[in-house]
Design a protein around this ligand. Sequence first.
Ligand code: NA7
Length: 554
Amino acid sequence: MSTNDQNPVHYDAVVIGAGFAGIYMLYKLRQLGLTAKAYETGDDVGGTWYWNRYPGARCDVESLEYCYSFDPELEQEWEWTERYPGQPEILRYAQHVAERYDLYRDIQFNTKVTKAAFDDDTGRWHVSSAPAVDHIDHNHAPAGPDADLVTAEYLITAVGCLSSSNVPDVEGIDTFEGELCHTGRYPKEGIDFAGKRVGVIGTGSSGIQAIPVIAETAEHLTVFQRTPQYAIPARNHPLDPAEQAEVKADYRKLREQNKTQHGALGARFDWNEGSVLDVEVEEAFKEFDARWEIGGFAFLGAYSDIARTPEANHVAADFVKDKIRETVTDPEVAERLIPSTYIGCKRLVLDTDYFITYNRENVTLVDISENTITEITPDGLRTVDGTSYDLDVIVFATGYDAMTGSLLRIDIRGREGLPLAEQWYAGPRTYLGLGVPGFPNMFTITGPGSPSVLANMIVCIEQHVDWIGDCIDHMRANGHRHIEATEEATEAWVDHVNLVASYTLYPTCNSWYLGANIPGKTRVFMPLPGFPDYAQKCDEVAAAGYEGFALIQS
Ligand code: NA7
């Protein structure tokens, strides 16, 4: 297909990204009879699960809940092999979906959308793209020249919440003579750690998953920790076919539970509505112990006030701190691993043998909270106190410019050339996490202001895609050319998100939910705690004729 500025190819919709959101959106658009094109930076579908190939990469939501529900045949036929899906299996699933519904033909891979601008005269989106440049620091890598310009009625962003990797700007990073990678941009061919001196920087979910696996083969592993994290055993195991068959026998029930439960999660365990403060500590610890054995987010379901009340949170945190002290044999190392934040104010990590890994002789923990890394050298790295660490491999497990990073790295311009970065200069402003004032016909799947990362992402993706599909259908049926979030509704929604967050302990620590991990990023709480109420609100908005949006006739 050839395009040029004078005569661009026109689609009903352009979708940015071919992860789980992008491929389901493509499917939905096709069902509606619309023409659509998706652009994807990687060379295959999968999004986050395409890039995160690091050792130990695994989803923290159970397989039977972390999959599409839109086609009962798909959910019956696909067989998961483990309680939590590992990255290779999730990627195979995404590929299977893309093949099964013949989606590949509408996806252009190895392509980065560089610019999307709304044209006030034609009322269309103009989308430019360029060959993707694969580089560890892809955020700052120059893209190739703009290669493609297409137009579209609808611009749908499916860029993922965790896809712009955060590689700290450390002096000397380009001088390192060993191998250097970021977990979210992990090399396809993998890295052989055998006999090597490895440094892992970062102890969030990615670091905590990778560290025990790397430690098994590395000659020596040095973990550079800025902030300790709470981690709960995942207790992953092969899925018992009988258990899987039992869920499949009444999959609708589990799906309905997903849609109505806190965080669209945990259909397979109880969310206790009681307060931990109403029971003796011994009884609470007994309950925590039971959930510790179950593994996973069941822990957070032990009492309803853990995420809201400092005193309740302390009880749960103390339980985990005791577990760390019991597990790690060197008391000094154990103390260094104990977090001082509220449990759950950063996303709770599910681990497999994380803390016990520090009992290995070939693993060293270095606290860089104050003794920061000053320089990467050809041989390794150096910290403020002048200590040099000789390394053959450096793995940055330093997270993402979450929620907004991938959107703001595209030059998106709304009416009258308004840059999205300007509209969001004081933090992201959306209505329902789906629409932005000044940006007609642009939909942001799992955008800031929606539950997204605070809930089961697949459920959130399906809810958004279905809502967008219904909205477009409604517009076409009623002769509406454009839809745009109003300023008033957006203002009220942003206030609502802040208010809901303020009832929780989430805003109390320096997490990526707040953008606090990115130097200079405005500190605003971005996701909305509150699935399923949120989904109900979206339905009400639609039922009220898309209240809070302006609908403009053709
Ligand atoms: P996270 O959770 O953002 O963790 C990143 C880790 O890297 C965390 O320990 C950070 O410390 C650390 N970090 C970040 N920048 C630096 C610098 N400059 N120097 C040293 N250490 C740094 O990302 P993950 O990839 O682990 O997980 C992301 C999500 O994926 C996770 O929540 C799950 O939803 C799945 P900090 O805590 O900021 O002090």
